[in-house]
Design a protein around this ligand. Structure first.
Ligand code: P6P
Length: 339
């Protein structure tokens, strides 16, 4: 019986990844080992986030990160946990973290073939009020077996081998793609295992939700302003879209992936490249959106085609349901023709 099978034939993330990897007979299991270490990091952060209120982990750690933001203790802790987990996997050679100004080159004796870009605790300004936060990660293969350099991480998002996020909310949900679609796993704390709960996620072709910080409206450019206006006052007789904006990228993207709609962090006069970071926010989320049948656009090009030149580079981003992103692309194309 299906129900029994579910109860007794638990599809854990480890089993799932092993099944995936068995499609590549030549694979030596390195990727599976790497993913298992990322999963371990997520489990640790999940338990720390859940205990934060009790363990007094909340509150400023006093240091500030490259973004000049006050680092909260959970940021510092999460970053250390992921770095230690990734290095101890023995499968990585370069790590780029939102929390560290410079890329980390793993010592030779522990080096592997993968480069991991990650935001260990995105949305951390929401920690104190209990809003969902998350870890975002992307995995590249080094370009060649020579001495690793920054070029091995300054690759376009289309070269990603895998990407995912772990959302620490009412439940701990890990959403992952290794290039063959998107799957969601929920942590069963009694087992300490991530169980497959959202197989083969596909984003609705069109959505009824738009997700943007309306507080920046006075600084938006023409196409963004026109798009948001159409969401609120459609001129084709359709009903207005709903606005849903958490202010924590993992929460906003997870809702967009499951319910459909569009998430946008556009450029504005204050920040011409928008706010979100290319390597460890935009690329992983864009990779997932495309794998789920949606798309991701920077205002100028397909997000995954962008070639970053700096590890903390920013870009505007419009991602979500295929048809909704098409609309904003048409508005930018029309603007381009005028210039
Ligand atoms: P704003 C959180 O600080 C974050 O990096 C993302 O998680 C989130 O989508 C964005 O910034 C929110 O930015 O300017 O709307 O507060």
């Amino acid at each position: 019986h299906a129900a029994d099978a579910h109860r007794t034939d638990l599809m854990t993330i480890t089993r799932f990844v092993l099944n995936e990897q068995s499609k590549y007979p030549e694979s030596r299991g390195d990727f599976t080992i790497l993913l298992n270490h990322i999963v371990l990091g997520c489990k640790f952060v999940c338990s720390s986030v859940n205990k934060a209120g009790l363990a007094k982990l909340i509150g400023l750690a006093g240091e500030t990160n490259v973004q000049g933001e006050e680092q909260k203790k959970l940021d510092v802790l999460s970053n250390e946990v992921f770095i230690k987990a990734l290095v101890s996997s023995g499968r990585t050679c370069i790590l780029v973290s939102e929390e560290d100004e410079e890329a980390m080159f793993v010592e030779r004796s522990k080096r592997g073939r993968y480069c991991v870009v990650f935001d260990p605790l995105d949305g951390s300004s929401n920690i104190d009020c209990g809003v969902s936060i998350g870890t975002i990660f992307g995995i590249y293969m080094v370009k060649d077996n020579h001495e690793p350099t920054l070029d091995d991480v300054l690759q376009p998002g289309k070269n990603l081998l895998a990407a995912g996020y772990c959302m620490y909310g009412s439940s701990c949900t890990l959403v992952l793609s290794t290039g063959g679609g998107v799957n969601g796993f929920t942590l069963d704390p009694s087992l300490g295992e991530f169980i497959l709960t959202h197989p083969d996620i596909k984003i609705p072709k069109k959505g009824k939700i738009y997700s943007v910080n309306e507080g920046n409206a006075k600084n938006w450019d023409g196409p963004t302003a026109k798009f948001v206006e159409k969401c609120k006052f459609p001129n084709d007789g359709s009903s207005s879209k709903s606005l849903r904006y958490v202010g924590s990228m993992v929460a906003d993207v997870h809702r967009t992936l499951l319910y459909g709609g569009i998430f946008l962090y556009p450029a504005d006069k204050k920040s011409p490249n928008g706010k979100l970071r290319v390597l460890y926010e935009i690329f992983p989320m864009s990779f997932l959106m495309e794998q789920a049948g949606g798309q991701a656009f920077t205002g100028k090009q397909r997000a995954l085609d962008l070639v970053p030149t700096k590890i903390h580079e920013r870009s505007p981003i419009f991602l979500g349901s295929y048809d909704d992103v098409e609309e904003i692309k048409a508005l930018y194309a029309a603007e381009g023709k005028k210039e």
